[in-house]
Design a protein around this ligand. Structure first.
Ligand code: CTP
Length: 420
């Protein structure tokens, strides 16, 4: 195989899990494995039981230099579904059968490969291979669409003669095409280079007395994921965070605050520096009006009333002071998600809002996963399925990047009109 324009091995140091499923094209995975090795990757092969009917695990074992895993219950291989996916920089399934796509789309885990996909946080690249009639079946189309929406990279099968003797779309994509998809998934995207992003995360704490406070259930995971994703994509990031149990992300300037007032100060003093503001923090709307200087004692009291006062709406205030910054907010809701989010988008003068149903099963506060609908000021809705918070962070950055591009091209055409 020749790869035009490729200079030296492109996957040095990368750990790839190559999943092989039961298609006649399983033999092509041998050539793909050799190519990945030639490109410098370390490859662990995982086969489904039906794949072993087409090619023996020994073939992959000898070529990859690693034992081939087929079973989630292998002796001395406890938690293989976790360890393999944790170490992987990418998971590649080639060939991927219709059954494999369906299981992945539906979140089923009945063997090592499918269970591993449920724990994976790295890019997933699937190269389907099946008979033409199967590829165009509505359920396959639906599953592929679901996987794509979730961020899975699907390398479409090609048109040509199939094992059944028919001609149609179903042949495993060319090795070079699959390799390009893997290289693209592992090459760092630098589309936020030159941007300065101010991200807020976590809860705030509002003192009742020196030992007690009012706070909320925010873990900070969403904001931290955004900060990390933005930095990985080339942005300079300042993360203003309320108290969380999370580790400080490397290479990011972190400003730790406790109260809404401190968060307001930290953010507004950096607004002029920033080109984009992403406000993922769960800021307290109210704080005790008169926090006690000494610990409140229960002695002699049968109850206690706390008088609360409003805090500043930080996002609305930043938005009112902004010059050219793109403003992104969150709407944490438990009912009427879209209506409330649209109202907040308008009232706070935002460009984009991430509407987040915090009661959604598997998502919300504390979870590693989240689901959201992105709404821009033109009313365009982007519904995102449940996905890891890091993948959601990338999806939010993708949408924000699109809005910046539209803004840029509108400005350019205004300039051109002005010169005429
Ligand atoms: N926000 C803020 N300052 C506040 C409250 C909220 O900057 N005092 C920001 C949040 O960071 C989020 C957005 O405003 O980006 C919406 O927050 P949310 O809690 O969903 O809504 P609220 O505006 O607080 O309204 P409500 O509590 O009535 O739903």
């Amino acid at each position: 195989m020749t790869i035009s324009g490729s200079i030296g091995p492109t996957l040095v140091g990368k750990q790839i899990v190559l999943g092989v499923t039961g298609s006649i094209a399983a033999y092509k995975a041998i050539a793909l494995l050799r190519t990945l090795l030639r490109e410098g990757a370390t490859v662990q092969v995982v086969m489904t039981q039906s794949a072993t009917k087409f090619v023996t695990p020994l073939t992959f074992e000898v070529l990859s230099g690693h034992p081939v895993s087929t079973d989630v219950f292998e002796a001395h291989q406890e938690m293989k579904h976790l360890s393999l996916s944790e170490q992987a920089d990418a998971i590649v399934i080639a060939p991927a059968t219709a059954n494999c796509l369906a299981k992945s789309a539906l979140g089923l885990g009945d063997d090592l490969l499918s269970t591993m996909l449920l724990t994976a946080q790295c890019p997933l690249i699937v190269a389907p291979a099946m008979d033409g009639g199967m590829w165009t079946h509505p359920s396959v189309t639906e599953h592929v669409a679901k996987l794509r929406a979730r961020g899975t990279i699907v390398v479409d099968p090609e048109v040509g003669p199939l094992a059944s003797g028919r001609i149609g779309q179903g042949r495993l994509a060319e090795e070079a095409t699959i390799l390009e998809a893997i290289q693209a998934a592992l090459a760092p995207r630098r589309d936020w280079q030159g941007h300065r992003i101010l991200v807020s995360a976590g809860p705030t704490q509002e003192a009742i007395d020196p030992v007690r406070f009012i706070s909320n259930r925010s873990s900070g995971k969403m904001g931290y994921a955004i900060a990390e994703a933005a930095q990985a994509r080339g942005a300079q990031v300042v993360l203003v965070t309320g108290p969380t149990a999370l580790q400080q992300p490397k290479g990011i300037e972190v400003v730790s605050v406790a109260t809404a007032e401190e968060m307001m100060k930290a953010l507004s003093s950096r607004l002029a520096w920033s080109t984009t503001v992403i406000m993922a923090a769960a800021v307290a709307d109210f704080r005790p009006a008169n926090p006690a200087l000494q610990k409140l004692k229960k002695q002699g009291r049968t109850g206690q009333t706390l008088e609360l006062e409003r805090t500043t709406d930080i996002l609305a205030s930043l938005s009112a002071q902004r010059t050219t910054q793109l403003m992104v907010g969150f709407a944490a809701e438990t009912s009427d998600l879209i209506a409330h989010a649209k109202r907040k988008l308008t009232e706070k003068g935002l460009d984009l809002i991430v509407a987040n149903d915090v009661t959604a099963l598997g998502g919300g506060f504390g979870s590693d996963q989240n689901t959201a609908t992105l709404i821009d000021r033109e009313g365009v809705l982007t519904e995102l399925p449940m996905m890891p918070k890091r993948a959601l962070a990338d999806a939010i950055l993708n949408r924000a990047q699109e809005l910046l591009r539209v803004r840029q091209s509108n400005q350019t055409s205004k300039l051109v009109r002005g010169r005429r």
